[in-house]
Design a protein around this ligand. Structure first.
Ligand code: SF4
Ligand code: SF4
Ligand code: SF4
Length: 274
């Protein structure tokens, strides 16, 4: 069957100049762009794809209208690259959890060097260059498409919207809202450590739909109740070390208050039991 072409009404006559770049990451976010199959091919006809080193041999370095950055800043080279991209871009999009929250590669902020240095193929002294950090800790970011990997549809929605001259409004409710709309059984009720209540939605609760708990890959929701989440997980039998590790996996750098909240809630429980 021949698929209908994507039509963008009032698409600009001058195609926007777009670039996709990766710094420290696994390329999964860039693959999410490409794995949009037929539809991305239609949309790519409507943009001027200046650079995408992952798939293109010739990449033009000039002023871009939109630059998507995958990965987090974890080396001096990354830092120079994001600064160069910022200077050359009108609009910067952090693509994926590494770029938005630091994700799994940022976990080394929370562990000892001897736990990970043997796993790295780069010279160990490189590690001292830059602490692994999300892109917006170094340059101004105009828009975020979170997730590990990001939702393919969300990437398409963003490209379609900018072709119409609009920027999509980020989904603001926690994962639980979409999860309930999808009719899932609540995993917390059956004792699984789901972080849906404190995680920004917009992924259509994809993990829970498949029977897996939410690990928080889209980062903290705007008005999360961290204290209540910790309390619920404790009541389900999870200890503080587990809670801390789980919450830090994808979004540790966006939860700088975590240790303090764990300590404070423990003191409150202790005082109540005295
Ligand atoms: S966010 Fe996930 S998929 Fe994207 S680069 Fe990081 S680890 Fe890979
Ligand atoms: S399974 Fe998770 S995301 Fe779904 S309602 Fe329960 S806590 Fe929320
Ligand atoms: S359910 Fe949670 S872990 Fe899964 S994609 Fe959504 S935010 Fe990420």
């Amino acid at each position: 069957m021949v698929k209908a072409k994507t039509i963008i009404k009032n698409a600009p006559k001058i195609k926007p100049k777009v670039a996709f770049y990766g710094i420290t990451g696994c390329a999964g976010c860039l693959l999410s762009v490409l794995f949009n199959e037929d539809e991305i091919l239609d949309l790519i006809e409507l943009i001027d794809l200046k650079a995408f080193p992952f798939i293109k041999e010739v990449n033009v370095e000039e002023k871009y209208d939109y630059v998507f950055i995958e990965g987090l800043v974890a080396s001096k080279e990354d830092l120079e690259e994001v600064k160069r991209l910022r200077e050359n871009a009108t609009f910067v999009v952090s693509l994926g959890a590494c770029a938005c929250t630091g994700c799994i590669p940022a976990y080394r902020n929370f562990t000892l060097k001897e736990n990970y240095e043997h796993l790295l193929y780069k010279k160990v002294e490189d590690l001292e260059d830059v602490q692994p950090t999300p892109v917006d800790m170094h340059i101004k970011v105009d828009h975020y498409i979170p997730g590990c990997p990001p939702n393919k549809k969300e990437i398409l929605t963003f490209i379609r919207s900018v072709l119409r001259g609009k920027i999509p409004i980020p989904y603001s409710s926690p994962v639980c809202v979409e999860c309930r709309q999808n009719g899932n059984e609540c995993l917390l009720d059956v004792g699984k450590p789901c972080l849906g209540p404190i995680t920004a939605g917009g992924c259509n609760s994809v993990c829970i739909n498949g029977g897996l708990e939410c690990w928080g890959c889209r980062g903290p929701s705007k008005d999360m109740n961290l204290e209540l989440m910790i309390k619920i997980l404790r009541e389900k039998g999870f200890d503080d070390k587990f809670i801390q590790d789980r919450m830090r996996t994808f979004a540790g750098l966006k939860l700088p208050m975590l240790d303090e909240v764990i300590k404070h809630t423990k003191e409150k429980v202790g005082a109540k039991n005295e």
